[in-house]
Design a binder for this molecule. Structure first.
Ligand SMILES: *Cc1c(COP(=O)(O)O)cnc(C)c1O
Length: 423
């Protein structure tokens, strides 16, 4: 059952309670390989479910527009101090509702509508909010897009420099949602300096790896850093914008009153808890294990003849190109989900298929590492994935069902934060 238990929910709304319990069980039984997901601790769940949700706190500590901030002020200050300490930054704003609003705040802080902004193209691994056409950021600003190299699958830094000097963006984004390799923050910083642009590092995916010392930090290179708190960082759904002291005022004004109203205080408290957890030595071990698991899974997939974008991974994420396997990303992802292996279909660079049924699969190891799986399990995971991908192209549902049972059996031995088998 869900942990913490939800007895009042069962009494008042059995329909929702039932689905919450079923979702907890689903998360327990499945091999969760969605690269942006994780399992938060029961402590984070408790903070996120607390009475802090009842409180309005527009403004910042000591300068609020509502009374009664005796406890919210020190909670938010603690979250800020922990973020500054953990990431080694001069300023942190912990109020953005999620990653996309955090990124909008970065635009609000540094750009005027119509200004040029440069980011990694979405089908190459960038994020919608880095100026993709369907996003407000692509409609209200002038997007300039860099890509990855076809031969290496890695960001084309020569193209980044050429475009930056030619198009003179006011803001350059580095980071993205499907980048399996280390981001070269020093080179991005050099290019931004040459072009006279602000450098924004979006570390949504890799924040936990950076906090745990398993990926280089953008601090000292980027002018502003945005991140979600719920991916590898293993906190509640939320986000932060961090910066040098120089940009502190602009960042704060952009988040409130620029974009948002009252901060979600229950989330702020849960972020503070997650930041405390991420500062413990055990979290560095976790971050290193996430990367070790991804490398082990990548090696096992390569052994089975899978094409990986960039040929492998440096972080928590693997991008598989299924073209040579003769199956699209979507049918493969759907069969894998039926087999208890949850991931997402994804475009690959220079994809020849349509965005709604692209050629790739995106895989991440943050959640399974929280469950306690290690490198020794990764060959088996790769074998299951391979069996199911092959079964999917032959409509072989019995293999899919057998794998689902085997996955459940493996995971039964690995406890899940947020669920207990006790009645
Ligand atoms: C996940 C993500 C975001 C957006 O986060 P949401 O909380 O889903 O709005 C922004 N940028 C990057 C690079 C991401 O991976």
């Amino acid at each position: 059952m869900h942990e913490p238990a939800v007895p009042h929910l069962h009494d008042q709304d059995p329909e929702i309670a039932g689905m919450v319990e079923d979702e907890a069980r689903r998360q327990f039984e499945k091999l969760r390989l969605i690269a942006s997901e994780n399992y938060v601790s029961p402590a984070v769940l408790e903070a996120a479910g607390s009475v802090l949700t009842n409180k309005y706190s527009e403004g910042y500590a000591g300068k609020r527009y509502y009374e009664g901030q005796q406890l919210v002020d020190p909670i938010e200050t603690l979250a800020i101090d922990r973020a500054k300490e953990l990431f080694g930054v001069e300023h942190a704003n912990v109020q953005p509702y999620s990653g996309s609003p955090a990124n909008l705040a970065v635009y609000m802080a540094f750009l005027e509508p119509g200004d040029p902004v440069m980011g990694l193209s979405l089908p190459m691994g960038g994020h919608l909010t880095h100026g993709w056409s369907v996003s407000a950021t692509g409609k209200w600003f002038r997007p300039v897009r860099y890509e990855v190299r076809a031969d290496t699958g890695r960001v084309d830094m020569d193209q980044v420099r050429d475009l930056a000097l030619k198009e003179r963006p006011k803001l350059i984004w580095c980071g993205g949602t499907a980048i399996p390799r280390t981001i070269d923050f020093p080179v991005f910083a050099e290019i931004a300096r040459e072009a006279g642009a602000v450098l924004a590092a979006d570390i949504a995916h890799i924040a936990g790896l950076i906090a745990g010392g398993a990926h280089p930090s953008p601090v000292g290179h980027a002018d502003v850093i945005s991140t979600t708190t719920h991916k590898t960082l293993r906190g509640p759904r939320g986000a932060m914008v961090m910066s040098t002291a120089e940009h502190a005022k602009a960042v704060d004004k952009a988040v409130f009153p620029g974009l948002q109203g009252g901060p979600h205080n229950h989330t702020t408290a849960a972020i503070a808890v997650a930041l405390k957890e991420a500062s413990q030595p055990g979290f560095a071990t976790y971050a290193r294990q996430v990367v070790a698991n991804a490398k082990a899974l990548a090696a096992a997939l390569l052994d089975r003849g899978y094409d990986l974008i960039s040929g492998g991974t440096d972080n928590h994420l693997i991008l598989i190109d299924l073209t040579s396997k003769g199956i699209g990303g979507k049918p493969a992802a759907q069969a894998l989900d039926r087999a208890g292996i949850e991931l997402n279909y994804n475009a690959v660079p220079f994809d020849t298929r349509k965005p709604f049924d692209p050629s790739g699969l995106r895989v991440g190891t943050a959640a399974v590492t929280t469950r306690g799986l290690g490198e020794e399990h990764m060959p088996r995971v790769a074998a299951w994935m391979d069996e199911v991908v092959q079964a999917a192209s032959k409509q072989d549902e019995s293999t899919v069902e057998r794998v689902a049972g085997q996955v459940r059996e493996l995971l039964a031995d690995y406890p899940m934060p947020g669920w207990t088998s006790a009645p």
